[in-house]
Design a binder for this molecule. Structure first.
Ligand code: NAP
Ligand code: F7E
Length: 327
């Protein structure tokens, strides 16, 4: 029988890859979409006719109950969030409400309208923040370093709590940074690949950056959404770290992106205190042994391949005159 899934955050990077994956598996896909003055459909333009959109917002509990009632989903993927760490210092309350309390609103909607639906929560490696051990795994204590990280810790524990309180099939995927050509341009990978392409094409002169020493474990979003789906195909709910197990600095990222278009990054990159965060997460490195062993999850795209894929995509978009507003 055809399964159905409700995805919140369908217009975002992960929502678009997950929708593609589920459609390829013959799911009926419902997407929760909030009202915007102009439609934000760039990431899902190619599949929008195959998705049934439901209006709603994580801050509006009634709209979520309604969406679950209409879709009667077998699986719910809660991907919606205020997901940019930088903005979480400028809008800590919104971030706490959407990224934290929004998770409770979604869990309550499922509990009331379709309690046997399997639930996925988009937890984050940002919960490890100022890391207390390396590499980080499912048992590593949390030490969030931003309002975003704090909100995600809340979302994580409320998901665990609903699993334990109401016997719901609720899983948290603790995903490390994952990127793609569909990544928002404010995140460091896409900011760099977009700038390398613009500078190459003569559309930009320099790139202003924050901390080049930060280290991250970066993977490809297309690989990571497969792990989300696998978590909900298990017999019992659990939490899993999803990562590559490889760490690179922001400087290495810049070097690969600029090198790919034949430019020396030092000629263009300027460190600007404006992009240095009030509290930094210096390094993140995940141990995903549990996901590999229990889910049989495997990575396909490596770091260099990811960065060059993104630069190529940006060159193509800009070459076609598809301008992305500068930050
Ligand atoms: P993203 O591209 O920023 O997408 C976020 C989505 O949430 C968008 O569809 C956005 O809709 C929606 N949204 C925001 N506020 C909402 C609200 N109040 N009500 C309903 N929808 C709302 O994020 P992503 O990279 O795909 O990440 C997906 C999830 O995984 C997020 O929860 C993120 O925090 C988490 N995560 C991401 C990573 C990563 O490296 N990408 C790692 C770990 C965890 P609009 O289009 O209308 O803005
Ligand atoms: O920063 C440093 C910055 O904004 C990565 C989100 O998806 O992954 C993401 O959060 C690093 C940080 O991602 C610039 O200081 C230097 O150390 O790309 P980012 P993030 O903060 O790691 C986690 C797992 C999530 O859950 C989040 O939703 O890069 N950095 N210079 C810079 N970062 C940005 N954005 N811009 C700079 O100019």
């Amino acid at each position: 029988m055809t399964k159905s899934a409700l995805i919140t955050g369908i217009t975002g990077q992960d929502g678009s890859y997950l929708a593609e994956l589920l459609l390829s598996k013959d799911y009926k896909v419902y997407g929760l979409r909030r009202r915007t003055s102009v439609p934000i459909l760039e990431n899902i333009e190619h599949i929008k006719d195959e998705i049934e959109f439901l209006d709603g917002d994580l801050l509006d509990a009634g709209s979520l109950i309604n969406a679950v009632r209409i879709s009667k989903p077998d699986e719910v993927y809660n991907l919606a969030a205020q997901s940019f760490v930088g903005t979480s210092w400028d809008q800590p309350v919104t971030t706490g409400m959407v990224t934290g309390i929004g998770t409770t609103n979604m869990l309550e909607a499922v509990r009331m309208a379709k309690p046997d639906a399997k639930f996925y929560q988009a937890s984050s490696s940002e919960m490890f923040g100022k890391v207390v051990e390396t590499p980080q795994k499912e048992t590593t204590p949390f030490y969030p370093r931003s309002p975003y990280g704090v909100a995600k810790v809340y979302g994580h524990w409320i998901t665990v709590n609903y699993r334990e309180s109401f016997d719901m099939f609720a899983c948290s995927g603790i995903l490390f940074n994952h990127e793609s050509p569909r990544r928002g341009v404010e995140f460091v990978t896409r900011k760099v690949t977009d700038a390398a392409a613009r500078i190459k094409l003569g559309l930009q002169k320099e790139l202003r950056m924050g901390n080049l020493d930060a280290k991250r474990d970066w993977g490809f979003a297309g690989d990571y959404v497969k792990a989300m789906h696998l978590m909900l195909q298990q017999d019992t709910p659990d939490d899993y770290v999803i990562s590559t197990g490889e760490m690179h600095t922001v400087e290495e990222l810049v070097e690969i992106a600029f090198g790919h278009v034949g430019l020396k990054w030092r000629d263009y990159v300027v460190v600007d205190p404006k992009f240095v965060r009030p509290a930094e997460v210096d390094l993140l490195l995940g141990d995903c042994t549990k996901a590999k062993t229990k889910l049989g999850w495997e990575l396909e795209v490596g770091f260099e391949q990811l960065v060059t894929m993104m630069v190529e995509s940006d060159l193509k978009k800009l070459g076609k005159g598809q301008e992305i507003s500068s930050r």
